[in-house]
Design a protein around this ligand. Sequence first.
Ligand SMILES: CSCCC(=O)/C(O)=C/O
Ligand SMILES: [Fe+2]
Ligand code: NI
Length: 187
Amino acid sequence: MTHLTVYRDHDPSFPELATRDLIVLVGHLAMTGILFERWAASHSLPHDAGSEDVLAAYATDVARLQAARGYKTVDVARVPRGVANAADLRAKFLDEHTHSEDEARFFVEGSGAFYLHIDRRVFRIVCETGDLLSVPAGVRHWFDMGPDPHFTAIRFFKRPDGWMAEPTGADIAARFPGYEGPTASPR
Ligand SMILES: CSCCC(=O)/C(O)=C/O
Ligand SMILES: [Fe+2]
Ligand code: NI
């Protein structure tokens, strides 16, 4: 289930806030400039769906968000259940990094946890199917898809050339609770 946990960035053992209440979650994230919305993700996708199939199924939603927030480019990040190189894929987003522009992610299936490091706090947001989250320009963050990953996310970019990340070189991500999957108890 979607939830938010807020930590001080030097103390991963004692959260300041943990909530599954969407109104509280949206409000807390909005105070830091993060957009969170719950969308309908009602199109079932075949296991072998490609990016074009995903974008075609959600074309109306994609066009609406592009028009509203000026996103120029979209792509699809998809990790099907049971993928062979899960550990390598997981490692790709596990280090803290930034993007030079505001981006957004819409989870059309599956789940994963984003960690946004803002003003000496870490906002851990477990996203599930139907969740839309923005990552503001320059915000330090990382993403954990878990040990048994499964998700499809439409990614929205303001840059015409899509996903580009700048590593911060910090080792903060390793100190925070990872994402263990949708059946794990929330933290
Ligand atoms: C859930 S989309 C894949 C992860 C990603 O694009 C990103 O930037 C993580 O920080
Ligand atoms: Fe990122
Ligand atoms: Ni699947």
